[in-house]
Unconditional design. Structure first.
Ligand SMILES: Nc1nc2c(ncn2[C@@H]2O[C@H](COP(=O)(O)OP(=O)(O)OP(=O)(O)O)[C@@H](O)[C@H]2O)c(=O)[nH]1
Length: 342
């Protein structure tokens, strides 16, 4: 029998790690291996899962694919990593793959047809996680006037924005669409987003609203879609692009590293100032707070910032503050770092 793999897509900060955490907390002893690919190479998501203390979220079970975006490193990184997982004893019962928020799902799913792995693995399903408040704010919709003006100027060049393309490609490849952060929109908005999404996806694809990624593992990990068999027929923007035209080239990331902070609320305040000024899409990482035994997690998505203490610093671990910052191409790393570390 083939080992099922679930691919989780969704834009930066939609709640992919939160969903995995939820699924792991209900894994009931199943051996689940997690493969994480991040944009920004600091392994924050892996650290976040390791810090959550849930059974199964352990060093052995979480593999990080750090050298580039999963959809571009299929041959060099992804397939060999899967082969290593398939050489494990005992074998995993299920593999969950968290793609970076900027990954194109299609090349990844296509990789499951490679001879090295096709007889042993199947894509149980591709889950597209959607950030409900971001969708409601129109962050994944084009400005019709802009697009029309571009089309008028040059029809051949009038592409949707990279954010819109990614969103549409992630929807096109999905076997299940999860509208997450339902607590952050009102009921009529949620219902209308759900209807809108349902009308955009294929007939067999369900749209489920969730809060904190609270999805039943029997649903999330039991789609039995064998997505690799039908992936060729799922039409993506990327199909039209040349090999060199990857959407994540439109984004940039860097890590701001600094020492102890006296008050994490001050860092939050700095993020609130710098993020809108520089069109920052995502900030995540850990702070070393003076005199505190625990690390302080910082998570910023759009205008929302969550902070909390997670695990204690371990002996021998270097205590420092590190924030991964992701924005659009041309992000002024020096200016943003200067504010964050002021
Ligand atoms: N209010 C609210 N916050 C949520 C929900 N789900 C996730 N979050 C928060 O959203 C932030 C981002 O969540 P993650 O799970 O890290 O998102 P992600 O998709 O893994 O992020 P990237 O890997 O950076 O793309 C965190 O602060 C979460 O606590 C939800 O349903 N409601």
């Amino acid at each position: 029998m083939k080992i099922p793999a679930t691919v989780i897509t969704g834009f930066l900060g939609a709640g992919k790690t939160t969903l995995i955490r939820h699924l792991m907390s209900r894994a009931k002893g199943a051996r689940i291996a997690i493969l994480i690919n991040e944009f920004g190479d600091r392994g924050v998501d892996r650290e976040m899962l390791l810090g959550c203390g849930i059974d199964g979220c352990s060093d052995d079970n979480i593999v990080e694919l750090a050298n580039g975006c999963i959809c571009c490193t299929v041959a060099d990184e992804f397939v060999p990593t899967m082969e290593k997982l398939l050489a494990r004893e005992p074998l995993p019962d299920h593999i969950i793959i968290e793609t970076s928020g900027l990954a194109l799902p299609k090349p990844l799913v296509q990789a499951f047809n490679w001879p090295e792995i096709r007889t042993r693995l199947t894509v149980d399903g591709v889950i597209a996680l959607i950030d409900a408040p971001a969708l409601a704010d129109g962050r994944f919709a084009d400005d019709p006037e802009r697009l029309q003006a571009q089309r008028a100027a040059d029809p051949a060049l009038a592409h949707p924005s990279p954010l819109v393309e990614l969103f549409e490609d992630q929807l096109a490849c999905a076997d299940l669409v999860v509208l997450n952060k339902s607590d952050l929109v009102d009921s009529p908005t949620l219902a209308s987003l759900q209807d809108d999404l349902a009308s955009r996806v294929g007939n067999g694809t369900k749209v489920i609203a969730t809060r904190q990624g609270a999805l039943d593992p029997r649903v999330a990990l039991g789609l039995a879609a064998a997505a690799e068999a039908s992936i060729e027929h799922r039409h993506c923007h990327h199909d039209e692009d040349g090999e060199d035209d990857h959407d994540h080239d439109e984004f940039a990331s860097f890590v701001a590293t600094f020492g102890a902070v006296g008050d994490p609320a001050e860092v939050e305040q700095r993020i609130r100032i710098v993020a809108p000024a520089h069109d920052v899409l995502r900030v995540k990482g850990f702070l070393h707070v003076t005199d505190k035994a625990r690390r302080h997690v910082v998570q910023a998505v759009g205008g929302r910032i969550d902070r909390y203490y997670d695990r204690a610093w371990t002996t021998g671990e270097e205590r420092r503050s590190e924030l991964v910052v992701i924005g659009k191409k041309g992000l002024d790393c020096e200016a943003v770092t200067a504010v964050l570390t002021a």
